[in-house]
Structures are given as structure tokens and as C-alpha cells.
Ligand binder design. Structure first.
Ligand code: 2P0
Length: 334
């Protein structure tokens, strides 16, 4: 199978100049309808479409420039990384998509604005920002949709991080991945809010990539997931278009819990949620019976994210003191 994205980069690189210094930003994102399961593990092609909200100023700033030292260098938050570290290896392997075997030593420097304690994966914003920075550095004139397809090869969730606001990732049907990319929803919902309720965690036992593949390979519940997720994705998009927050929230929470249920049924079982995550969910469900219009979503980690509207912000903070509130439609220099 010829990878459609590699073909796209190779064509664009024929016009490319020398590497220049170029800086770019991409926001992180949280899926309201999840990506869980791949139909192609090399190309990160998903079994179902997904839909996310980008996190405005929470994301990654990445600079790509020719390396003065003559060898590749990777920096994270100002610290040089050993070339053997996981992050450096992934970033350089990704840059190889562009270098195509040519000897172009690069310095790749990434700064994440996502609070480390928030425990949010930065691979989505990291690969989206790196894609933008590499395209800019080599002078490639590509549409955001094309960059979304390139970012997908780094990490599936990066496919959705090329835009602010709500973004749908169409799963596509082609084996070469040519039609699997992000599509921004053309609307703003200024009152929409996300809050991160942090849970104390150590390092993850399982990467989301391994957890996803293990679930697909062993969970008897997984077979019902792709169709349900596809339906949830459509329901959420429709709810966003109609500004129907209740349907959006109910569907997003049910979708996240269904994803975690597929993991619990995996053999052996897999759980990213801890007692603390469940205690937060119980508190949320109790608060909902008292009128709080907030809904939860959880990813491959123990933190709980809440979706709500501006009018509920004070009540959310009262129920969850210390939660970090993000306004996805407000950003300044991001
Ligand atoms: C999502 N997650 O839709 C889902 C929900 C985690 C749970 O995308 O293997 O790091 O690099 O494509 O993107 C996290 O998985 O996985 C993820 P790869 P990725 O946000």
C-alpha cells in the first residue's frame, strides 16, 4: 500500500527549499466522541470518526531550525533531550518523513503550555505543532487539511489539533488514508467551557496506543464500539449545531464511559480510571441531581474533564474546587 500522506509530502518536498527557522503553535484537544481502535496501525487510521474541542492557549509551541552543531537536537521545555529518549526518537522519526533520507540536521524545540500537573497528553498538540513547523521550515505550502493528514502519522489525536474550536476527524474509507483527516466545524460557541479535575497519578502503566490495540485485540465488548461511536459522533455534531448542550453532554459522557467499558472487558482488563476518578464521577452525578448542568469525559488517564456552559462555571468550581477552567473560544497569542 502506498501511503497517501508520504506521497503528498514527497510531492511537496520537490518544491522545498533549504530548512529555515520556523515556529508554530497548535492547541491540544479533548474528544467529546472518542477515537478508540485503528483499522490500520501504521497509518493511524481509525475505525470510527471522532469529534473534539480544542483547548485554545493550552498546547505546544514548536520551532524547527537547521542545527548549528551538525547533528539533530531535540529540546523539550528548554531542556536538551538525549537522542535515545522516547520523545526525541518520535520527533526525529517524524521529521524523517520530510527529510526522506537527506542529511538535514535539525534542531526541534517544543514548549508545552499545558500545565504538567493537568496530566493531559501533549502528543496531539505536539505532533500538530511539529507538522506546522516542519512544513513552514521547508517552505511547503499545504492546506490545514493536508497537514492534519500528516499529523495523523505522528499520533491519531493530532489529526484534530490543526484548528481551534470543534473539529471532526472523518475516519475515511480509503486504505491509503487519503480521506482520513480533520474537518473544523464552522461555528463558535463562546459560552462553552471545559474544566480539568486533576487526579493524582504516577506514570501511566500503558500508553494509549498499547491500550487501544490491546482492547481491539482482546475485548469481547469492542465489536459494538465502532458503530456506536460513529452514531455518537453524529449526535454530538448535530447537538453542537443546534446548541443543544444537554444532548451534547449526555452523549459525550456516555461515549466516554462506553469506551472505558470496552477496556474493562479486555483480557486482561485495563483501567485508566482510579478510585479518585470514580469519586469525582459520583460527585458529579450527585450534583446533577441538584441541577448542575455539567458532564464528564475521560481519556487514557485518570483525570476527569467536565464540559459545561459559562452560566454553570461558579457551581462547577464550588463542587470541584481547584478545577482548571478553559474557555476554548478565547485565545490571544496562540
Ligand atoms: C481520543 N485518545 O479520541 C482518544 C480517547 C485517548 C482516549 O486519541 O496511537 O495518542 O498515537 O494514534 O492519539 C490517544 O491516543 O494514539 C487518544 P495514537 P493517541 O482523544
Amino acid at each position: 500500500m502506498t501511503d497517501a500522506v508520504q506521497t503528498l509530502i514527497d510531492q511537496a518536498m520537490r518544491e522545498a527549499g533549504e530548512a529555515q527557522t520556523f515556529s508554530a503553535y497548535a492547541p491540544s484537544n479533548i474528544a467529546l466522541s472518542k477515537y478508540w481502535g485503528k483499522r490500520d496501525r501504521a497509518l493511524n487510521l481509525p475505525l470510527n470518526s471522532s469529534l473534539s474541542i480544542s483547548l485554545a492557549e493550552w498546547g505546544s509551541h514548536t520551532t524547527v531550525e537547521p542545527s548549528q552543531s551538525g547533528s539533530d537536537q531535540v529540546l523539550l521545555d528548554g531542556q536538551p533531550l538525549p537522542p535515545t529518549s522516547g520523545f526525541a526518537r518520535k520527533a526525529l522519526a517524524f521529521a524523517d518523513l520530510f527529510r526522506g533520507g537527506r542529511d538535514v540536521p535539525l534542531m526541534i524545540s517544543t514548549r508545552n503550555t499545558i500545565p504538567t500537573a493537568a496530566g493531559l497528553a501533549s502528543s496531539a498538540s505536539g505532533f500538530a505543532a511539529l507538522t506546522r513547523a516542519l512544513c513552514g521550515s521547508f517552505g511547503l505550502d499545504l492546506q490545514a487539511q493536508d497537514m492534519s493528514r500528516i499529523a495523523r502519522l505522528g499520533s491519531g489525536s493530532a489529526t484534530r489539533s490543526l484548528w481551534h474550536g470543534f473539529v471532526r476527524w472523518d475516519k475515511g474509507a480509503r486504505d491509503d488514508g487519503g480521506d482520513s483527516h480533520g474537518v473544523p466545524l464552522d461555528l463558535v460557541w463562546p459560552e462553552f467551557r471545559i474544566a480539568i479535575v486533576e487526579v493524582d497519578t504516577g506514570p501511566k502503566l500503558h500508553s494509549s496506543r498499547d491500550g487501544m490495540n490491546h482492547t481491539v485485540d482482546t475485548s469481547p465488548l469492542f465489536s459494538s464500539w465502532p458503530e456506536m461511536a460513529e452514531r455518537d459522533c453524529k449526535t454530538i455534531e448535530q447537538a453542537i449545531n443546534q446548541r443543544d448542550f444537554e444532548t451534547l453532554g449526555q452523549t459525550a459522557e456516555a461515549n466516554a464511559l462506553a469506551m472505558h467499558a470496552t477496556m474493562q472487558a479486555a483480557r486482561p482488563a485495563l483501567s485508566y480510571l482510579t478510585d479518585q476518578s470514580w469519586a469525582i464521577l459520583q460527585r458529579l452525578w450527585q450534583a446533577r441531581t441538584e441541577g448542575l448542568a455539567a458532564y464528564a469525559t475521560m481519556d487514557a488517564g485518570a483525570n476527569v474533564k467536565l464540559a459545561f456552559l459559562k452560566e454553570a462555571e461558579a457551581d462547577v468550581l464550588q463542587a470541584f474546587p481547584g478545577a482548571r477552567v478553559i474557555s476554548p473560544f478565547e485565545w490571544s497569542n496562540a
